[in-house]
Design a protein around this ligand. Structure first.
Ligand code: 0RA
Length: 292
């Protein structure tokens, strides 16, 4: 049904954050920093750094970009990911992770994204994009750590080579980290596999090389455990995910999208070489298509 496809692309515009999403972790009387502002509403110095490309096209921290830490997300998750009560917020974590793969696809660097819902409720999203950048900057912070711990206040990266996919986004994959009790990141890039881990948004192990891979074997694996303290319902709707992932596949011709639900054993896969045309042809079956 065509309206099912819309599930993934029509959604609440996160440029219009929901207000008044009180959260149990929030302490009464605390000032809440407004998200996505170009100046810091929280009074902290605007010296947090994002990433930019340097002259040699390496990703380096960009002191010009205003970022917020993850505390704002943990205080008011609903403002960043939607309703935390009806399950849609939980799905937004997965969507945010998947959209990074879609961004890589749109940039011409990724043709597969695999989502696994593990039986105990954690989620793995694997893509074969370029891999989250792993370069270090002089303060000893890796680019991967910046990506996972800094909230991008006004769009992901200003680099011309990296665009935001769905229009719903802009805060980035760091919200997944902010709202997960644990997050493990595995990056394959430049012939090396790296790992870095976080708990409750805080780094618990440094980015380190954990193995060698072929140079052309690149990509990112995110394994995260959504923190049940942030979500009233820990139940992931496989049906909703199915619709979203199929919509992503329809809208990204050539992108192979798969979903593995470990609890039921169900494995689904979508790839529409010719996008919407293939999808509609499949839906219409034998119905005559005019003009021919
Ligand atoms: C920042 C910059 C670039 C890629 C990514 C982040 C990236 C993030 C995620 C999250 C999941 N999968 C991802 N894949 C890529 C651009 C990298 C470059 O210029 O080489």
């Amino acid at each position: 049904m065509p309206d099912e496809v819309g599930v993934g692309v029509v959604g609440r515009d996160r440029d219009q954050p929901r207000l008044g999403e009180d959260h149990p972790l929030e302490e009464p009387g605390q000032e809440i920093a407004a998200p996505r502002t170009s100046a810091r509403a929280d009074g902290l110095p605007p010296d947090a750094e994002a990433l930019r490309h340097d002259d040699a096209r390496r990703l380096v921290p960009d002191p010009g970009q205003v970022l917020e830490g993850l505390e704002a997300v943990r205080k008011r998750p609903g403002m960043y990911i939607g309703d935390v009560h009806d399950g849609t917020g939980l799905h937004h974590l997965i969507w945010e992770a998947v959209d990074n793969a879609v961004d890589e696809h749109l940039a011409g660097h990724c043709d597969a994204v695999h989502v696994t819902i593990h039986s105990e409720g954690s989620i793995t999203v694997i893509d074969n994009g370029r891999g989250i950048p792993v370069g270090m900057h002089e303060k000893g912070v890796s680019a991967a750590e910046v990506v996972m711990t800094q909230l991008h206040a006004g769009g992901k990266f200003d680099s011309n080579s990296y665009k935001v996919s769905g229009g719903l986004h802009g805060v980035g994959v760091s919200v997944v980290n902010a709202l997960s009790s644990r997050l493990e990141v595995w990056v394959k890039r430049g012939g090396t596999e790296y790992n870095i881990a976080f708990a409750n948004g805080q780094k618990v192990s440094e980015l380190e090389a954990v193995g060698r891979v072929g140079k052309a074997n690149t990509g990112t694996r995110l394994h995260f455990w959504p923190d049940p303290r942030f979500f009233d319902s820990a139940k992931i709707s496989v049906r909703a995910l199915r619709h979203l992932l199929r919509a992503k596949a329809v809208l990204c011709p050539g992108l192979q999208v798969s979903l593995h639900d470990e609890a039921s054993g169900e494995k689904l896969e979508w790839c529409y070489a010719d996008g919407l045309r293939d999808y509609l042809t499949g839906e219409l079956g034998d119905t005559a298509i005019l003009p021919d």
